[in-house]
Write a protein that binds this ligand. Structure first.
Ligand code: FAD
Length: 276
């Protein structure tokens, strides 16, 4: 069982617990993106097992009344084993998702080409039911956004969670914020909707709201479970908000990552437990 301190960031170990959390969020007008925790499998069996878990989850979503979609890490469904394994598993997942949307998370820069190529292929085959994440800290992202502008589907812009080499990535936080703003401007100007602002940063969200006013382009806001949840509920009164919700047995390393990236998270989690 997940200890109460970690359950601020992880919905549970089972799909049933994740769907219960989804229902609770839906009641607050927040939609849910479910992510089964797991990554970097170097044998095919583990990758296939997680792909099959996603197929069962999509079936559960289909049969439930929740507003939920899924987000899949490439290395979780086979990218470290081989691009063809990743592609085959993503195809199975995309085929199984009738009405539910399928997101592809983005991992480190060595995976970007394979992830975008697979996204592009699936996005055309599934008429816009697929989305991909791009990272503002990578210098290549400007060109990637140009490539993605006319592809059906959605694009989630994040600042980037991986520690990338300086030759290919902006390392300075202020510079990443600056390009994030520029990329948002490009997306609101050139995209025909399908924009997901994947950020907790009030300044980026405000910028997106202003761009929406200026260009009228549709967008959604995505944030992680356990982070700025009051803001999520408030924003959901006026905008489409999706909460990224991890679940599954591999919760410990995810919880550790949340605490390491922001030490206050431990304090917030402890407070949430004490106030129960
Ligand atoms: P930061 O730049 O970290 O912080 C800016 C401001 O936001 C802070 O000053 C504060 O005001 C506010 N803030 C941030 N965190 C908190 C907090 N915990 N509590 C209170 N206020 C806070 N990265 C990838 O590389 N690949 C992915 O596929 C990916 N998917 C993601 C999906 C979603 C839905 C989200 C939200 C993020 C994803 N990320 C992904 C992570 C992303 O790249 C960033 O590392 C992460 O979101 C931190 O950047 P930020 O824009 O949220 O804010």
């Amino acid at each position: 069982m997940i200890p109460p301190i970690a359950s601020k960031f992880v919905a549970g170990e089972t799909p049933a617990e994740a769907l219960d959390h989804a229902r609770a969020m839906n009641e607050r007008d927040v939609n849910v993106i479910l992510n089964l925790l797991g990554e970097h499998y170097d044998d095919r069996r583990a990758a296939d097992e997680d792909a099959e878990a996603y197929l069962r989850l999509l079936d559960d979503i289909e049969r439930s009344d929740v507003s939920a979609c899924v987000s899949v890490k490439p290395s979780q469904v086979g990218l470290d084993v081989g691009t063809h394994v990743y592609r085959e598993n993503m195809e199975r997942i995309a085929d199984a998702a009738d009405d539910a949307f399928v997101w592809m998370d983005m991992e480190d820069h060595e995976t970007t080409d394979a992830t975008l190529d697979t996204f592009e292929q699936l996005a055309y085959e599934h008429e816009g039911g697929i989305g991909v994440c791009v990272q503002a800290n990578l210098k290549r992202t400007e060109a990637d956004l140009e490539r993605l502008a006319d592809v059906p589907g959605k694009v989630r812009l994040v600042k980037g969670a991986y520690d990338e080499p300086a030759e290919i990535a902006y390392k300075d936080k202020a510079r990443v914020d600056e390009v994030y703003r520029e990329y948002l401007e490009y997306m609101f100007r050139e995209f025909d909707g399908g924009i997901a602002v994947g950020s907790h940063d009030p300044a980026m969200i405000e910028h997106a709201r202003e761009l929406h006013e200026e260009y009228g382009t549709d967008f959604e806001i995505q944030m992680l479970m356990g982070v700025r949840e009051d803001a999520q509920y408030e924003l959901a009164e006026d905008y489409e908000v999706w909460q990224y919700v991890p679940y599954g047995g591999k919760w410990l390393s995810y919880f550790y990552r949340r605490v390491m990236e922001r030490k206050e998270n431990l304090l917030f989690a402890a407070r949430a437990v004490l106030s129960r």
